[in-house]
Design a protein around this ligand. Structure first.
Ligand code: SDX
Length: 425
């Protein structure tokens, strides 16, 4: 119920339009502008800078304070005390699980990690050097061809079954992409391993010998999954919601999210950060790249810096930076040159007026690639791992959308084209 009103007067309109204003639990109030179309008006907000597209109770971000809450729990506390599958349960169900609920959730996920054997035939159609994100978009979308038994989006149980299948199978498909690219056989998942441990074994194990994941690396992998799990109405999540609003099946919706995430302005930034650090190559080259990032005529941007919402440190980047030091120390590569360049780049940028005035800080992608590279994951797989991690966010928002009355999303436009004209005789 609206407890406040906004009043809009428009030149040429002989009335003041009253619009309801709603307050959420946290964050800015919103003005309900739905009545404007009946007055012959649209709102105009390219890039959705000032638009709340929905109401949601899953994740809250305060960009000015650098706050990120999942169902009310701060990301720093979840990173410190929880793990990825527990956060999956939290995002999907709204509360932390009891020990028994967690055990059942983990057991269900780990017993759905295999993919249909015929999925392997899809891989044969790709070149070995195909970008793994192209393969993921294809294979995840194709899952809907295998699971006809759970595609009734209006059935909460079907939606839960799809969520389990997606959470469980994304690591298997992701590891298959890597194995295919290096010509090694696919590794079958193991039900007796932890989620991250199982993923590392499918990535780096072979049928020729037992593979034991380094527990520090498994924990770092789980942390990367956890830190990327959800992030409110970002571009890929909004894509999943919009695809879901047409009634498309969940696998097709998640495939649309993977496609949207791929862009370098979004999830593709982690891959672009590594390429940028490698291009910089030496700390002495940093000033030139800072200059280019500030030059409006130069398309180069400091990848891993800036964020539509955060005008302070991305809290995930802080956790990631600390994890970087731990992983590199464990591997004995503290002097990793790329980390030194990254830290120097961050320090210089944060002292530069251009970045200070625009409130540009490192985001989640700035350090994640350095950890993944240290674990042995190739750059081309970074965004695949972001997609694997974000699947729970996508499916939680998709489920939230379908859990209450909804309608198809259909934005309008400011038309700037030709007036009506006749086809020439
Ligand atoms: C993710 O939305 C989410 O929540 C996304 C995400 C998630 O978890 O889902 O957090 C994950 O996508 C993180 C962002 C990863 N992308 C990058 O690191 C790519 C580099 N960053 C930029 O492309 C940019 O900062 C965006 C895309 C992240 C945000 O773009 P906006 O909000 O549209 O801001 P903008 O492009 O209008 O920039 C505002 C100003 C501009 O300068 P002026 O026109 O005012 O002179 O800041 C400048 C920009 O040129 N700017 C940068 C910059 N980012 C913004 N200048 C140099 N380097 C940068 N990185």
């Amino acid at each position: 119920m609206a407890d406040k009103k906004a009043r809009l007067s428009v030149d040429g309109l002989d009335e003041t339009i009253e619009l309801p204003v709603y307050s959420g639990t946290l964050g800015p109030d919103v003005i309900d502008v739905r009545a404007l179309s009946g007055k012959g008006l649209f709102t105009y907000d390219p890039g959705f800078v000032s638009t709340a597209a929905c109401d949601s109770s899953i994740t809250y971000i305060d960009g000015d304070k650098g706050i990120l809450l999942h169902r009310g729990y701060p990301i720093e506390q979840l990173a410190e005390q929880s793990d990825y599958l527990e956060v999956c349960y939290l995002l999907l169900n709204g509360e932390l699980p009891s020990p028994a609920e967690k055990a059942e959730f983990v057991n269900t996920v780990m017993r759905h990690t295999m993919v249909h054997e015929q999925i392997t035939y899809f891989f044969r159609g790709f070149r070995r050097d195909a970008h793994p994100m192209a393969i993921m978009v294809a294979c995840v979308g194709a899952l809907s061809a295998f699971y006809h038994d759970s595609l009734d989006i209006n059935d909460a149980h079907h939606r839960e079954v799809c969520a389990f299948r997606l959470i469980a199978k994304m690591p298997t498909l992701a590891a298959m992409c890597f194995k295919y690219s290096i010509g090694q056989p696919f590794m079958y998942p193991r039900n007796d391993l932890g989620y991250a441990e199982n993923f590392l074994r499918m990535m780096f194990g072979t049928p020729c010998e037992e593979y034991q994941a380094n527990p520090v690396l498994a924990r770092a992998m789980d942390l990367i999954f956890l830190l990327h799990a959800d992030h409110e109405q970002n571009a890929s999540t909004s894509t999943v919601r919009l695809a879901g609003s047409s009634g498309a099946n969940p696998f097709a919706c998640i495939a649309s999210g993977i496609a949207a995430l791929w862009g370098p302005a979004h999830g593709g930034a982690n891959e672009a950060v590594l390429a940028m650090l490698q291009e910089i190559g030496d700390e002495s080259h940093i000033p030139e790249f800072i200059r280019r990032a500030k030059d409006p005529e130069d398309p180069f941007r400091l990848m891993g810096f800036g964020h539509r919402v955060y005008h302070n440190f991305d809290p995930r980047a802080k956790v990631m930076k600390a994890a970087c030091d731990d992983v590199l120390a464990e591997l004995g590569v503290e002097d990793e040159p790329l980390l030194k360049i990254a830290k120097q780049l961050e320090q210089i940028a944060l002292e530069d007026d251009y970045f200070i005035q625009r409130k540009l800080y490192p985001n989640v992608d700035f350090y994640s690639g350095i950890i993944m590279k240290a674990i042995g994951i190739p750059t081309s797989m970074f965004t695949v791992i972001f997609a694997l991690s974000r699947t729970i966010g996508w499916i939680s928002h998709w489920n939230e959308f379908h859990s209450s009355p909804n309608r198809i999303g259909r934005p309008r436009q400011l038309y700037t084209g030709e007036r009506q004209r006749d086809y020439p005789d």
